[in-house]
Design a binder for this molecule. Structure first.
Ligand code: NAP
Length: 260
């Protein structure tokens, strides 16, 4: 591994938005750690593309972010293979397996969503924060940053996937909490709220959203891409926001705007 390159770890980096982020930081010449849960082939393909686009090095590490032991192992293995962590991106997340009305939400779906989207990233970030504090204490010159990929659903109520909205609203507060706790340690924390991004996650609702985009739902009148989100993370990774923490960045084509 190239010891001098900054190191970015992207959870759920194998495909979709995570891949867009991994490739955008690869273009900055970072070493990229691509976490995945099950899709090893996609993770390997993302690593291949990251190297092609300029990453100093790229490695895939399997871990389930909902499993707290796995999360701690992911932090330890990332440090073991890359030597340092400059940027940690909490991207991995899931939608409900089926969208159902709020009055039909099941405890099983609630627990799954909250486990993967909220509980896992909270404790994972706790472990990352400790590692970053140790890293700075150990004399590694870096100003580490943590990014949370939340959603426009943090503040938009969708009654056919309430458990997703709750998980993302909670994650927005987790970002605020870690920003407040870690500022004194020189660790900055940012939240990115994507809108409608064209990935596997939105595939089941693609047609319905196409129609609504045509009707004006998104002021910029198009789907977002994983690269749109990736470029926002790359701006953070390039230290463009050196005097910002607890920042909320909307990457949603204006979907969250209140328009009279
Ligand atoms: P996606 O295409 O379904 O990809 C999800 C990624 O997360 C995959 O790499 C998957 O890995 C990984 N993942 C899922 N559960 C995991 C777990 N327990 N542990 C580790 N990795 C796990 O989804 P996406 O659209 O890119 O979404 C990425 C993030 O953006 C999510 O947090 C999502 O909520 C958020 N978001 C998406 C949109 C959108 O419109 N697409 C909008 C706002 C926010 P494997 O394939 O290996 O399982």
């Amino acid at each position: 591994m190239a010891a001098e390159a900054a190191v970015a770890v992207v959870t759920g980096g194998s495909r979709g938005i995570g891949r867009g982020i991994a490739l955008a930081v690869a273009r900055l010449g970072h070493t990229v750690v691509v976490n995945y849960r099950s899709d090893e082939r996609s993770a390997a393909e993302t690593c291949r593309q990251a190297l092609e686009q300029g990453a100093a090095a790229a490695v895939a590490i399997r871990a389930d972010v909902a499993d707290l032991d796995d999360g701690r192992r992911l932090v330890a293995e990332s440090l073991a293979v890359a030597g340092r962590i400059d940027l940690w991106v909490n991207n991995a997340g899931v939608a409900p397996e089926t969208r159902v009305d709020l009055l039909e939400t099941t405890p099983a779906s609630w627990d799954r969503l909250l486990g993967i989207n909220l509980r896992g990233p909270f404790f994972l970030t706790q472990a990352v924060a400790r590692a970053m504090i140790d890293q700075r204490g150990g004399g590694v010159a870096s100003s580490p940053q943590i990014v949370f990929i939340t959603s426009v659903s943090s503040r938009s109520a969708s009654v056919n996937r309430g458990e997703y909205c709750v998980s993302k609203a909670g994650l927005s507060m987790v970002a605020q909490l870690f920003a407040a706790r870690l500022a004194g340690q020189g660790i900055r924390v940012h939240e990115i709220r994507p809108g409608l991004i064209e990935t596997d996650m939105t595939l089941p609702a693609r047609q319905a959203y196409e129609q609504r985009i045509r009707e004006g739902l998104v002021p910029l009148a198009r789907w977002g891409t994983p690269d749109d989100v990736g470029r926002a993370v790359a701006a953070i990774a390039s230290d463009t926001l050196a005097y910002s923490t607890g920042t909320v960045i909307d990457v949603d084509g204006g979907l969250g705007l209140r328009i009279l």
